[in-house]
Design a protein around this ligand. Structure first.
Ligand code: NDP
Length: 310
């Protein structure tokens, strides 16, 4: 019998995960379909209950449900528990297990960005949503000793810091108010900058003014395109990376959890590129009220319909 895997989010229509995961199932001859389920928060509990039936291998969970789904799951893995967010569900009999493969995806992307250099110990993180939680957990477990979190709404960054108070007890994890001068002072003391806000998802918005970016940073933008932030950082001589490899590797980890098989990364990467070329983009961070809006071209000449990370 063909098995089912679903992506539960709201909205999900532009998600890249469908193309990536279906290509992987097909390439390995796994009889499974990947379906997009657009479920408003009020319909989430029913959708999760449905997954307990034998026809499902599991699910992905995306915006805006990653945190809301936690109490509906029977058991969480360490990464899910640590972040307080679930992006992948597997099934053991009728029991549902919650995972957070964004953490593994982020760590893969960070390792790629750092390359052969020694892993730095200080980071500035912009944003305090679900993506930022995976980032902060990844940085803590990589041995970072100082992480400063800036967020437009300071209370959310403070909540994130409280959430990690035990796992970060041995190091400095602080929330600071979003002022350019404070961010500038912190960037001067750091080596790694991660953008985990959705600023730059469309158009040329940049989370911090280009003038305050020091040279020689390592800059990771979770957004799956060459953002204005990445262009400005490159212009100062910094090394940069966009969200593609995080998206790919969180998807690969989920694939392995559902199937028990190594993910065909080349196939998944090619499917992502093809999906972008026809204008698909992730539902993540989709600007409210503008689901069909076409973002501006990026500097690389990528077609106008660009993709955000999941
Ligand atoms: P959330 O909705 O949970 O968080 C959004 C974050 O962006 C919050 O910190 C929010 O600040 C901030 N933000 C949004 N708009 C503005 C604005 N106009 N000015 C200042 N801050 C703003 O989303 P996620 O954390 O899940 O995702 C964040 C980004 O990361 C998205 O672009 C998403 O595509 C990307 N992502 C990529 C992944 C990948 O695999 N590559 C994985 C996960 C996420 P506030 O709290 O103040 O509203």
């Amino acid at each position: 019998m063909t098995k089912r895997v679903v992506l539960i989010g709201h909205p999900v229509a532009h998600s890249l995960s469908g193309a990536m995961q279906q290509a992987a199932f097909d390439a390995l001859g796994i009889g499974a379909t990947y379906e997009l389920w657009d479920r408003a928060p009020v319909a989430l509990a029913d959708a999760i209950s449905e997954l307990r039936s034998g026809e499902f291998l599991g699910a992905n969970v995306t915006i805006p449900h990653k945190e809301r789904v936690v109490p509906m799951i029977d058991r969480q893995t360490d990464d899910a528990q640590a972040t307080g967010a679930v992006n992948t569900i597997t099934r053991e009999g009728k029991r549902l297990i919650g995972h957070n493969t964004d953490v593994a995806g982020f760590k893969f992307a960070l390792d790629q960005l750092v390359g052969k250099q020694k892993m730095p110990r200080q980071a500035v993180v912009l944003g305090a949503g679900g993506g930022a939680r995976a980032v902060v957990h990844g940085l803590i477990t990589e041995g970072f000793q100082r992480i400063i979190v800036f967020n437009r709404h300071l209370h959310r960054a403070e909540g994130l810091v409280r959430h990690f108070s035990r796992s970060a007890a041995h190091m400095e994890l602080k929330a600071m108010p979003w002022h350019d001068s404070i961010i500038e002072a912190e960037l001067d003391k750091t080596k790694v900058l991660v953008n985990a806000t959705s600023i730059g998802l469309v158009g040329d918005d940049i989370p911090v003014p280009a003038e305050i970016l020091p040279a020689d940073l390592l800059v990771l933008d979770l957004i799956y395109r060459t953002t204005a932030l990445l262009r400005a950082a490159e212009a100062t001589g910094s090394r940069t990376q966009d969200g593609e490899s995080m998206l790919l590797h969180q998807g690969a980890a989920a694939f392995t959890l559902w199937t028990g098989q190594a993910a065909p990364l080349d196939v998944m990467q090619a499917a992502l590129a093809a999906a972008r070329a026809v204008g698909l983009r992730s539902a993540e961070g989709e600007p409210t009220g503008a689901p069909g809006e076409t973002p501006a071209d990026d500097a690389t000449g990528t077609p106008a319909a660009v993709a955000a990370g999941e």
